[in-house]
Design a protein around this ligand. Sequence first.
Ligand code: CA
Length: 511
Amino acid sequence: MRTLFPLGGLASLWLAATVLAAPASRPNILFIMTDDHAAHAIGAYGSRVNQTPQLDRLAREGMRLDRCFATNSICTPSRATILTGKYSHLNGVPVFNRFDGAQPNVAKYLQAAGYYTGMLGKWHLGSRPTGFDQWSILPGQGAYFDPAFFTPEGRKVIKGYATDIITDLAIDFMKNRPADRPFFLMCHHKAPHRPWEPDAKHQAMFAGKNIPEPETLHDNYATRSDAIRECTQKVFQDLTRRDLKLEPPAELKGPARQAWLSTAPKEVEIEENGKKTVLTGDALNRWKYQRYLQDYLACVQSVDDNVGRLLDWLDAAGLRENTLVIYTSDQGFFLGDHGLFDKRFMYEESLRMPFLVRWPGVIKPGSVQDALAINPDFAPTFLDAAGLPVPDDMQGRSLVALFKGQRPADWRESIYYRYYHDPGHHNTRAHYGVRTATHKLICFWKTDQWELYDLGRDPAELHNLYADPAQQPLVAKLKAELFRLKKELKDEDQFAHAQPPPGVDGMGPPP
Ligand code: CA
């Protein structure tokens, strides 16, 4: 079919026919997305650092996707891709650009087909949401405590903790939905995005707790290109005093700031046998990792509790059977892996999105799928689940067959990735690359530096094989595949040097 919007003439006739043909029991779709939640901080994905009983429940009652990847591992671009089913170069959001809300998006298609649509929580696309019957969004990154929200009626502040509040809003949305329409709800948490500010209850669970270190925390970057050495997202060097909670939040002013500072440590010290020692060197580095993970994981723990609240509410309301529930994150995150925090790179911890999905009667409980999935697939999946056709200009493919435990014979065997923001935050170099089930080729094209990894033998991606003479036939094959994908997906370097427009980083209020 052709693109539906603007709706008119034949498209309207088509749509009317589509709605009439849709099955009576179209499923509700609850899409829960967090910000920067790495799969390796979820029990169902084998976490060594935390336990997530509610997310594990979702995996147990549904399916875990093991190879789901962001095509541009950063907040705003991933969100634009999820809404449009298109890569960054076709939806106009390669970096922190303002999303053009006039373009088609999946919420508009679902709304036009009779779905009651909602967008609650972190939006981060700079423009007003379009295609939603109800929306209430955090301005920019939003605040963890007493967050403000923008709504069609204006700005309002809600007292409390963001993760709890966004869940409350989601439950209210579902409770008050029109009884005769299925719903599509995007419930987007701020957590666990920097600056990792947990509520007191969950902070207490991790205070003083020793978190296992990743094996690559002290990675020396031998064999890798310059990009990883040059980036400024290193746990030991680049976490700020604010990140480490050695300084109060910027919004704390006047006497409150003075009170905070009067009790805060100037340096990091430990006390043993009555003797205080100021931490330096390796001991200080290791403390930074602990401090970072304690706060990050405490934010995740609140998410886990609140996912449980949503599942409990659906079950109690009798909506369990006919609601497709997805949990994902806009991209992955480095949890000290390779000595890093943040995302952006095509390395696994950043590239991989957690994806847990429950759909009783369709998905076999406790199943796992390892076919290659990407975030442009999400919009086609929502449409397919709703019994609607997928527009030709969407670049992803419905995951519903994968949910059923099938893998179509012509399913993709490689994925294309492109990160743009260079120079940008954290000095991460622009790159593109291709990943197959077994290998990954990355090109930092500005410097013509390449990396090749054998993901089976070297899952931690420590050994760049690009210069290995024995690997040259594979290098040639993967290069050909990279440029085939680039062409097929219509990436003509339209945004090769993309930078956010001055003053726009997706942070501001919707105009
Ligand atoms: Ca993010």
